[in-house]
Structures are given as C-alpha cells and as structure tokens.
Design a binder for this molecule. Structure first.
Ligand code: ADP
Ligand code: MG
Ligand code: ZN
Length: 478
C-alpha cells in the first residue's frame, strides 16, 4: 500500500533583543559568553521575583507574525507550562497557550513540484530555558542559565507538508525572513533557531492523521532533510511489516544518521497549563500593529522574484543574494551604478571573485575598499575589451589592496589588453618557431595542442592579449 507523509513544523526562534523576555539581563551569545554571566534573580527563578514583559521582544515577534500574514490578537494571555527539569529553575516555563499572540498566517513555497501553500496555525511568545551540559567523564551535568528567559517565538504550522523538500524550503524561507527582519542571526548550529518536525504517515488518499513522531536536535538544514527522510522511511517499513508507530519524541543522531527514541510523548494536559498570575493580559493596540506592518522590509520571497525578473538571474542565484543580504545589496548597487556588463557577470564577480578575496582577507562589506561604482567601472572596461578577464582579475587584486580606481590600477600595472593584430600575429609566429614539434602536432590535428599553444602565446603577451584576436591569429597560421 502506498503511504503519504504528513508533517507539521514547530519552530522556536529566539528574538535577539538586547535584554531578556521578563528581566533586564542581556541576551548573550550562548557559545562564547562565560556560563551564568547573564543571570539575575528573575531568570534564575528566585521566589518572590516578578516578570516584566520586554516591549522590544513583542515588537520583534509582531514583525515575524505580520510577515507571515498572521492575524494579531488584540489580547493574548501568558500561561505557565509546568514541568520539572534542571534547565528551568522556576518549575514552569512562561508561554502562551489558549490565546497566542498571533494566528492563521500562511507562506507560499516554490517547490520542484510547483507551489505549496503552508498554513501557519499560531505564533506565540515564551521564554527560553537554560542549557545543560552532560559531562561524560564524571556523572554530573552543568547548568548554564544565560539562555534562561531569552525571548522565544514559537511558530507552529498546520500539518501541510508532504515531503522533506517542502520542509527544507520552509525552514530556509523562515530563516531568510528572520534575518531580513533583523530579529535573529539564523545560526542554526548555535541553536538560536530550532526546527522540530512532527511526522506521521497515512495510506495515500485517506484523510485521518496517523500517529506522529517529533524529531529534536536537528541543527542544520541537511540534518533536517535527512532526519525527515529517515523518519518517513522508518515509519513506512514499520507499518508495512504490520507494526504500529508509537507517539514519541526522537532525537537525531548525526553520527549514526538515524533517529533514536528519547521519550514517549506527553499530552498538553500533562503540563497543567495555568494563566500566569504575575502578568496581566498582553494588549497590543491596532496602531502599534499597523506601525510595525508599515515598517516591514521587502520580504525575501518577493525580493527573490524581483531579482529574477529585474536581472535575469536564476532562482538559485537570486536566492543566494537573498540569503546573503549584504552581498545582495552590494550587487544591486553595482547594477544601479550601471552594472558595467551583463547582470550575470556582475553576479559572478560579486559572489565569486570579490567574495573570494574578501574571505581570504577576512574583510566584510562594511570595510571593503572597493565601492560598487568602482567594480561596475572595472566590469565595463572588461566588457568593452579594454582589459581581458585575466587582467581584470589582476586589476581587482590591486583595487582590493589599495581602493584605487580601476583605470588607475590598469594604467599603473600596464594591464590594458593588447588587440593589435600585427603584434599578436608576430607573437604567434615566434611561438610556432620556438616549438616546432608542437606546431607540427597541432597542424596534424592532435587534440589539446591548440590550447597549449594558445597559452604559450598568451604568456608571451604577458596575459594581456585579446583572446578572440589571438584565437583568430592562430587559426590563420595553421
Ligand atoms: P503537540 O501538542 O504535541 O505539540 P500539536 O497538535 O500542537 O501537538 O501539533 C504540533 C505540530 O504537529 C503542528 O505543527 C501540527 O501541525 C503537527 N501535527 C499534529 N498532528 C500531526 C500528525 N498526526 N501528523 C503530522 N503532524 C502533526
Ligand atoms: Mg509539540
Ligand atoms: Zn535575568
């Protein structure tokens, strides 16, 4: 019997505001900050302390909710989700349950099978938990509360996904979105955005949902896609063998490339959700919502479509610029300064030649010495034939090191292209005389020799010969 996968996603996204959700502690990098260096009595859960809502966290959350087309509830309610675990010293997590901040959004994905509309069920605010490190050498675990109380937005979809590809595309779109909105760095491997798929399968063509399994600790897009694929296959062979899927939470084991059982899944009633008595209902006024909506930047998917249409880039190229916002803005500035050449060439130079030099020198766009206008100028000189590609790369080296104009570097290094046919013909003749055996092989039609001879002439020309003219001169001399 053919089975159909059904998947819904819960994504926890840290709202990377300056301070935490309910106290004034700073939100610090969980990897580099010393453990327990950003902790106060509120986020450490001392009795008698009181939480106060961080307005910036609500505003960040509104950005995401509105960008996802959600309806914002004018009143939402904080609730206590009760459970015991050492990473949550209060014994409960402040979350939102019955009345979340926002509901009923959607996002449109462009998959290899066509468009897919994914419905967003809800987006609610909560606080993050601390971080546990389980030591292997000693039977003990370390508790770091720096992350406890960091604002989190949980975005929950309807079970609208039917393939691992759709899941990955959604996760990528969401990450590009939170980066564009400036609310999260998108560093999956640091755990600032955590994607938890719920997966079930059912006989194809039926409607009733099967028993779901939730996967945790997927900390890359690759792991996400593999984990989902693995779990679909595992459940399918289980059902095919006459077995039953157990409702549980599983972890992803990166080394084994497999899921492993963590705990049988609890139900909502196990958490004894109660309205949070220390926080009044959260009221979000219409005027605020509209002000946030009015300030939303261009959405990543709209930007991708525009880059494709405006510059003739492929979908993958356009998405690359969306994911790398600074490179994208630089590319658009190059194009605004005339582009200097075809958009595809400008794209290749920004994401290839320029990026390679920046990576090697560990230079970011903020401190880059070459202005977009200067790169456009260089590309224009290459398009007009003033310099060939080889020399343009040398010119770029010089511009990168000094910040000088393309023309200055080309003149100083004598990089201007040699197009003089007489000169090129003479260099061809000299080369053929230097290498009589190769010349004979070439005339006899031996493969590969022509390119080798081409290289020898180019060397004689100091790499500056016009390649078309050189090719033509070689042909004439055959
Ligand atoms: P829980 O309370 O266990 O977190 P929810 O009903 O809130 O479960 O759903 C969590 C996520 O799992 C949602 O994204 C939802 O769409 C998805 N989901 C729920 N039931 C199923 C199922 N049977 N198969 C696949 N996904 C499901
Ligand atoms: Mg869940
Ligand atoms: Zn604190």
């Amino acid at each position: 019997m053919p089975y159909e996968p059904v998947i819904g996603l819960e994504v926890h996204i840290e709202m990377q505001t300056r301070s935490k959700m309910f106290c004034a502690c700073p939100v610090v990098d969980s990897v580099s900050a010393p453990p327990n260096s950003a902790v106060c009595p509120v986020c450490a859960g001392h009795p008698g302390t009181l939480p106060v809502v961080n307005q910036a966290a609500v505003e960040y959350a509104l950005r995401v909710a509105l960008a996802l087309g959600c309806r914002v509830n004018p009143v939402s309610i904080f609730a206590r989700k009760n459970y015991f675990y050492p990473d949550i010293p209060k014994g409960y997590q402040i979350s939102q349950y019955e009345q979340p901040l926002a509901e009923q959004g959607q996002i449109l994905l462009q998959t290899s099978q066509g468009e897919r509309l994914i419905r967003i069920r809800r987006a609610h605010l909560e606080e993050d938990t601390g971080k546990l490190t389980h030591l292997t050498a000693e039977p003990c675990s370390l508790v770091d509360l720096n992350r406890a109380g960091v604002p989190l937005l949980e975005v929950v979809t309807e079970p609208d996904f039917h393939s691992a590809e759709e899941v990955r595309l959604y996760a990528e779109a969401l990450r590009a979105l939170v980066r564009t909105l400036g609310v999260n760095s998108g560093d999956l491997e640091k755990g600032v955005m955590r994607i938890e798929p719920n997966i079930s399968i059912r006989p194809a063509g039926t409607e009733t949902l099967g028993t779901k399994v939730e996967i945790k600790n997927l900390n890359s897009f690759r792991a996400l896609e593999r984990g989902v694929t693995y779990e679909i296959a595992r459940q399918t062979s289980l059902l095919e063998a006459g077995g039953k899927v157990l409702q549980e939470t599983v972890g992803w084991d990166e080394a084994a490339q497999a899921t492993f059982s963590q705990r049988s899944k609890e139900d909502a009633h196990d958490y004894r959700y109660l309205p949070e008595p220390d926080l009044p209902p959260l009221r979000v006024e219409d005027a605020w919502v509209e002000a946030v909506r009015a300030r939303l930047p261009e959405m990543p998917w709209a930007r991708r479509a525009r880059l494709e249409a405006e510059f003739g880039l492929s979908r993958a190229e356009a998405w690359q610029l969306v994911e790398n916002d600074e490179a994208g803005r630089y590319f658009e500035s190059v194009m605004a300064a005339g582009g200097g050449s075809a958009a595809r060439t400008a794209f290749a130079w920004v994401t290839g030649e320029l990026s390679a030099r920046m990576n090697a020198a560990k230079v970011g766009f903020a401190s880059l010495s070459i202005q977009p206008r200067q790169l456009a100028d260089l590309l224009a000189r290459m398009a007009s034939g003033e310099v060939n590609q080889h020399s343009a790369k040398k010119a770029l080296d010089g511009m990168f090191a000094t910040g000088q104009e393309a023309g200055t570097v080309i003149a100083a290094l004598g990089l201007a292209q040699v197009s003089d046919e007489g000169l090129i013909t003479r260099l061809v003749e000299e080369t053929l005389a230097d290498f009589p055996a190769e010349a004979a092989n070439w005339r006899a039609g031996k493969p590969g020799v022509e390119n080798w001879l081409f290289g020898q002439v180019m060397r004689k020309a100091g790499g500056k010969a016009n390649p078309q003219n050189l090719r033509a001169a070689l042909e004439k001399a055959r």
